[in-house]
Ligand binder design. Structure first.
Ligand SMILES: Cc1cc2nc3c(=O)[nH]c(=O)nc-3n(C[C@H](O)[C@H](O)[C@H](O)COP(=O)(O)O)c2cc1C
Length: 392
C-alpha cells in the first residue's frame, strides 16, 4: 500500500523533514543565532496568548479572504522569502505553485535557488525580495528584471546584522557542489535516500547558486560569493529606502521592523507595508518575538500602511492571534519549508490547508463572520506580554 504522505500538523511536517533531509540542510533551516533566545521566543510568545471563545450564535459561513499590497488572497497567510538552497529540486517553483493553488502570494528571496522568471510564471502574485547588496545601479538592474518578469511587489529586508555562530553549532555548507564537495557530503546524502532520489531523478545536484543576483550575461554568483558582496556593501540609510521605493513605484514592503520609531520612519519613506519581523530569530539574538512588538506598531501606523507579521507561525490559531493584535496578514517561513521538505509542492499545500483549517476553527469559536472582525478582545493577554519598542 502506498505510504500516506499527508500530515496533520506543521510539527509532523517538521519531524518528516528532519528524517528526510541531510543533517546540514535541516540544520540550515532550523538556523537561529547565538544562544537561540529569539528563535525560541518567536514560538513561546504565541503560547502565552489565549482565546475568549463564544458558545452559541456562531457563524456558519466565515470569510478568510483579504488583500495585501494590492493582491487579493484567499486567507491571511503568505509565503515569506527564504533562500531555499538544496531543500527540494523544484525549490521555490514548487512553493509558488502551491501558493497559487491555495490562492495566496509568495515572496521570492534574491538568494533563492530559482529565478524570478520561473517563479513569477508559476504564481503571478509574486513579490521580489531584495537585500541591500551592491551599488544603486545594480539594485535597479535587479529590480527592473523582477518587474519585467511580472513581480507585483517589492520587499526590502534590512534587518540582517551578519550575526554568526550558534551555541549548538552551524551546518557546514559548501561553496559549490563540485566533486570534492560531493565526496565530503556523500555520507550525509547516503543516509537520506529519499532526498537524494528526488535530486537524482532530475539528473542534477543542488547547485547552490543565486540566479537572481546574476549580472546581465554573467553566470550567477554562488551563495557565499553573493554574501561576500553583501558584506562589502555600504549600509543603507532611510533616504536610500525612500529612493528605492520611488524607483519601484509600486507596492513596497519593508521587512524586519521591530520598533515604533522605525515604523514611523518607514511611513515617512513612503512604504506601503511593513513586516514586523526579526528574520525568524536568525539575526540579532535577544530581539523579542514580533508578536510582542506588533500591538504598539499596529496602533501607531496601522491606519497608514499595511502591517504584516512574520516569525513563529506554526498553526492557524497563531495567525488569528496576530490578526487580533493588529496584523493584516502573516507570512510563514519554516512552516512551508518543512512542508516542502516533507512532500514537495503537495507538502506546502498541506501546510497551507492546515493553517486555513486552524484559522477557520478559531474564527468559528470566536463567533466571527470574517477575519476582519478580530480584535484584542478575542484574546487573553497576560500582563507584561507586550514589548513596546522605540516608543519614547
Ligand atoms: C532558512 C531560512 C532562510 C531565510 N532567508 C531569507 C531571505 O533570503 N530573505 C528574507 O527576507 N528572509 C529570509 N528568512 C526569514 C523569513 O523570511 C522569515 O522572516 C522567517 O522565516 C519567519 O519566521 P518563521 O520561520 O518562524 O516563520 C529566512 C528564514 C529561514 C528559516
Amino acid at each position: 500500500m502506498a505510504k500516506n504522505t499527508w500530515f496533520e500538523t506543521v510539527a509532523e511536517a517538521q519531524r518528516r523533514a528532519k528524517k528526510r533531509l541531510p543533517k546540514s540542510v535541516y540544520a540550515a533551516l532550523v538556523a537561529g543565532s547565538e544562544k537561540g533566545l529569539t528563535v525560541d521566543d518567536n514560538i513561546a510568545a504565541f503560547s502565552e496568548l489565549g482565546f475568549a471563545p463564544h458558545v452559541a450564535g456562531l457563524c456558519g459561513e466565515r470569510d478568510l479572504s483579504t488583500t495585501v499590497m494590492g493582491q487579493p488572497i484567499s486567507m491571511p497567510v503568505m509565503i515569506s522569502p527564504t533562500g531555499v538552497q538544496a531543500v527540494h529540486p523544484d525549490g521555490e517553483v514548487a512553493v509558488a505553485r502551491a501558493a497559487a493553488a491555495r490562492g495566496t502570494a509568495i515572496g521570492l528571496s534574491s538568494f533563492a535557488s530559482k529565478s524570478i522568471e520561473e517563479v513569477a510564471s508559476a504564481n503571478p502574485q509574486t513579490f521580489f525580495q531584495m537585500y541591500w547588496v551592491g551599488d544603486r545601479d545594480t539594485l535597479i538592474q535587479r529590480m527592473e528584471r523582477a518587474r519585467a518578469a511580472g513581480a507585483t511587489g517589492l520587499i526590502i529586508t534590512l534587518d540582517w546584522s551578519f550575526s554568526n555562530g550558534r551555541d549548538w553549532g552551524s551546518p557546514s555548507i559548501p561553496e559549490k557542489m563540485d566533486l570534492k564537495a560531493m565526496f565530503q557530503f556523500a555520507p550525509e546524502g547516503i543516509t537520506r535516500p529519499k532526498w537524494l532520489w528526488e535530486f537524482a531523478k532530475t539528473g542534477k545536484v543542488p547547485d547552490l547558486t543565486t540566479p537572481n543576483l546574476a549580472a546581465p550575461g554573467q553566470q550567477p554568483p554562488t551563495f557565499f560569493g553573493a554574501y561576500g558582496q553583501w558584506m562589502g556593501t555600504p549600509l543603507p540609510t532611510w533616504e536610500d529606502v525612500a529612493w528605492l521605493r520611488e524607483q519601484w513605484g509600486g507596492p513596497f514592503m519593508l521587512k524586519g521592523v521591530m520598533r515604533v520609531d522605525d515604523a514611523k520612519r518607514a511611513v515617512d519613506a513612503g512604504v506601503s507595508a511593513i513586516s514586523v519581523s526579526n528574520h525568524g530569530g536568525n539575526n540579532l539574538d535577544g530581539t523579542p518575538a514580533p508578536i510582542r512588538a506588533l500591538p504598539a506598531i499596529a496602533e501607531a501606523v496601522g491606519d497608514q500602511i499595511e502591517v504584516v507579521l512574520d516569525g513563529g507561525i506554526r498553526r492557524g490559531s497563531d495567525v488569528v492571534k496576530a490578526l487580533a493584535l493588529g496584523a493584516r496578514a502573516v507570512m510563514i517561513g519554516r512552516a512551508y519549508l518543512w512542508g516542502l521538505s516533507a512532500n514537495g509542492q503537495a507538502g506546502v499545500e498541506n501546510v497551507l490547508d492546515i493553517l486555513r483549517g486552524g484559522i477557520d476553527s478559531a474564527i468559528l469559536g470566536l463567533g466571527h463572520k470574517s477575519i476582519h472582525d478580530l480584535s484584542p478582545n478575542d484574546l487573553v493577554i497576560p500582563e507584561g506580554f507586550r514589548r513596546d519598542l522605540g516608543v519614547g
